[in-house]
Design a protein. Structure first.
Length: 136
């Protein structure tokens, strides 16, 4: 069993806080500060579709990139569900730094924008995972 420690009264906590503030103002102590990042931007169903299409990816490849299921991508794009805050942050990172995401997840050549032409159309070539050279 754990023992409960008595919580200091509000007056005691306020007094301690004021004393720390005075010591800080006098330069006797340094207070730790941390910068809190902004919340990720909201992604509408349209913006998810546009982001995926601008990357030239199918729903399956985009889902694999974000480590979610294809059904999750479909539900986001159809407006049935909203991406979680973590997913919104990942979408933001991909939107702003796609090359970094490609590199981290192991998509070769996508970061440099290599395109292959086939019958007059442009198609992005993605290679997920590690590749090996044969014959050398």
């Amino acid at each position: 069993m754990s023992t409960l420690t008595a919580r200091k009264s509000l007056a005691e906590r306020l007094k301690a806080g004021l004393q720390e503030g005075i010591q800080y103002a006098q330069g006797k102590i340094n207070l730790r500060t941390a910068e809190i990042p902004q919340a990720p931007p909201k992604f509408s169903s349209k913006s998810v579709v546009m982001l995926r299409q601008s990357a030239g990816m199918s729903q399956a490849v985009f889902a694999r990139l974000l480590n979610v299921s294809s059904k999750t991508i479909q539900s986001w794009e159809q407006g049935q569900r909203q991406p979680s805050q973590a997913a919104q942050r990942m979408l933001q990172v991909f939107q702003e730094q796609p090359e970094m995401v490609y590199q981290v997840v192991g998509i070769a050549q996508a970061a440099s924008g290599v395109l292959s032409k086939k019958a007059g159309s442009q198609k992005r070539v993605y290679s997920v995972g590690k590749t090996s050279k044969k014959g050398n």
